[in-house]
Design a protein around this ligand. Structure first.
Ligand code: PLP
Length: 370
């Protein structure tokens, strides 16, 4: 049985270009803080990648700090902020769980941030304020109205916008040089780079504080010897992710959704009527719990996401779907399929074939128990 990987929003395969560069780098030694030739070579790698990020985000090299990933970047940006934090109700846990004092801005039934509520919240709170809204949601793929968010927030002084761009990079044509957020977080392993690599962009004037102290690397913003392999891999992946052909992947995703609806017209596809990432699909299998689906897909060697298990091992309903007004029962029948640049039509056909089998089998079993 061929195995099928449909969980690109969880992590992605290493790009061949990244692999080649890293294999060659494995033969090098050098700490970028050392002043000898080996250290200087290592520093060159670091600064070359910083330049790639500066070009993509239209910022100075001093506005780029390398981290261990987006979780660390989100933590650093949010934890150190002294003032009111407003965040969307659908932020990733690395944003959502780090500021328990945050004011939550609701989303509509399609998972799009409600701008009127944001405006109201902004008129109620104390300054300064940091508003965190992700570029696109990791579960539904729904793209957020960032330009509108930024213009609402920027009407005020001492108001900053943080944008987690982890899932959006390369998949949607966006000019990050002119988007206008103050801070961004990104992650290497979501774009074909190595795990444990990431960065934050913090435009001048943003009150960034260090999370990790020590040797003062990264202009005292992130102490610790930089992860050169991860950083170089991140840079190459970032350059390459803008060359992917997402149009074909989007067609494949849309065909998959049409096939699901043909098998089961009652299946709900979340966010289908609004702007979404071309690779992401979140939909229900009516009457079949997502943990049951996950086991069955895994037995069929298909990897996808069926939500996260809590400490007792049971899958909780997705907080993103609940924030969209979806009932617990429906949320518990939803799975996420996320395609990538290597996904083929054949793999989607295998998935659809299994989806139909699991649906009919589990429905029949359910009916017999009644
Ligand atoms: N933000 C979003 C939207 C994500 O999807 C993820 C990972 O799932 C993260 C942040 C965390 O990224 P990392 O794995 O680099 O810590």
């Amino acid at each position: 049985m061929t195995s099928v990987y449909l969980d690109y929003n969880a992590t992605t395969p290493l790009r061949p270009s990244v692999k080649t560069a890293l294999v060659s780098l494995l033969n090098e030694v050098g700490n970028p803080s050392s002043i000898h030739q080996h250290g200087r070579t290592s520093r060159k790698h670091l600064e070359k990648t910083r330049q790639i990020l500066s070009t993509v985000f239209g910022c100075g090299p001093h506005e780029v700090t390398f981290t261990s990933g987006a979780t660390e970047a989100n933590n650093q940006i949010l934890r150190g902020f002294e003032g009111t934090v407003i965040m969307s109700a659908i932020e990733h846990s690395s944003v959502r769980n780090v500021r328990s004092d945050a004011r939550i801005c609701p989303v509509d039934k399609n998972g799009v941030l409600d701008l009127e509520s944001l405006d109201r919240l902004l008129s109620e709170i104390e300054w300064p304020v940091l508003v965190a809204v992700m570029f696109a949601n990791n579960e539904t793929g729904v793209v957020q109205p960032l330009t509108d968010v930024i213009s609402l927030v920027k009407k005020r002084e001492k108001a900053w916008v943080h944008c987690d761009v982890v899932q959006g990079l390369g998949k949607i044509t966006t000019d990050f040089r002119t988007l206008g957020a103050d801070t961004y977080s990104l992650s290497g392993h979501k774009i074909g780079g190595p795990s444990g690599s990431g960065a934050m962009i913090h435009k001048e004037g943003f009150p960034l504080k260090p999370l990790i102290g020590g040797g003062g690397q990264e202009r005292f913003m992130r102490s610790g010897t930089p992860n050169i392999l991860g950083i170089v891999g991140l840079g190459i992946a970032l350059e390459d992710c803008f060359k992917d052909n997402w149009k074909d992947i989007e067609r494949l995703r849309n065909k998959m959704e049409a096939d699901i609806k043909a098998i089961c017209p009652h299946a709900t596809i979340f966010g289908a009527s609004v702007h979404r990432l071309p690779n992401t699909s979140c939909f229900t299998m009516p009457g079949v719990r997502n943990d049951t689906q996950a086991i069955n897909f895994d037995l069929a060697k298909i990897s996808l996401s069926a939500g996260s298990a809590c400490s007792s091992g049971t899958v909780k309903p997705s907080s993103v779907l609940l924030a969209m007004g979806v009932s617990e029962e429906e949320a518990l029948s939803a799975i996420r399929v996320s395609l990538g640049w290597e996904t083929t039509q054949k793999e989607i056909e295998i998935f659809i074939d299994q989806w139909a089998k699991i649906y009919h089998r589990c429905r029949n079993e359910g009916e017999q128990k009644q």
